[in-house]
Design a protein around this ligand. Structure first.
Ligand SMILES: [Zn+2]
Length: 150
């Protein structure tokens, strides 16, 4: 069951972000990357927001990140959310994509347990319409093994 109701609007891929959504449907997180200044950007655009180059490609990233900030919504902001439990909207700073932050949700953390700096990893949430959305789950094992290596 998806984190938010199936009646929520599905993505409408455009020419600029269609490769992002196609990769999501394959369970891969692709982020737009500039081959001139080597910086990442999101959402996908035809030119680099840092140096204006149009030489852009895509890089697959791990899907690991941390909660940069979040909010918990108790009010339905869309008719499909009427009667739905409180849900979080999280801004996730990706570990391996510069300063790129994705607006998403953390699916397995109660509102009172959400916190800034929480380590998370991508979770592919399948919608009834066929899309897979990149949402996030609390990251536990990889975090502990990193601590033991140091
Ligand atoms: Zn650039």
């Amino acid at each position: 069951m998806p984190y938010l109701p199936d009646a929520m609007p599905a993505p409408q891929p455009s020419r600029d972000d269609a490769p992002f959504w196609s990769a999501c449907n394959e369970g891969r997180l692709l982020i737009r990357h500039c081959t001139d200044c080597e910086r990442f950007s999101h959402p996908p655009m035809p030119s680099c927001p840092h140096c204006a180059s149009t030489r852009m490609d895509w890089k697959e990233v791990s899907g690991n990140g941390t909660v940069y900030t979040y909010t918990v919504s108790h009010h339905p902001t869309h008719p499909a959310l009427k009667g739905h439990n409180p849900y979080n909207v999280a801004v996730v700073l990706l570990d391996d994509a510069g300063d790129v932050r994705l607006v998403s949700n953390v699916v397995d953390v109660a509102p009172e347990d959400m916190k800034i700096g929480l380590p998370v990893s991508v979770y592919w949430d399948a919608l009834a319409g066929g899309f897979q959305l990149p949402r996030f789950r609390k990251r536990i094992e990889s975090d502990q093994s990193k601590g033991e290596e140091q």
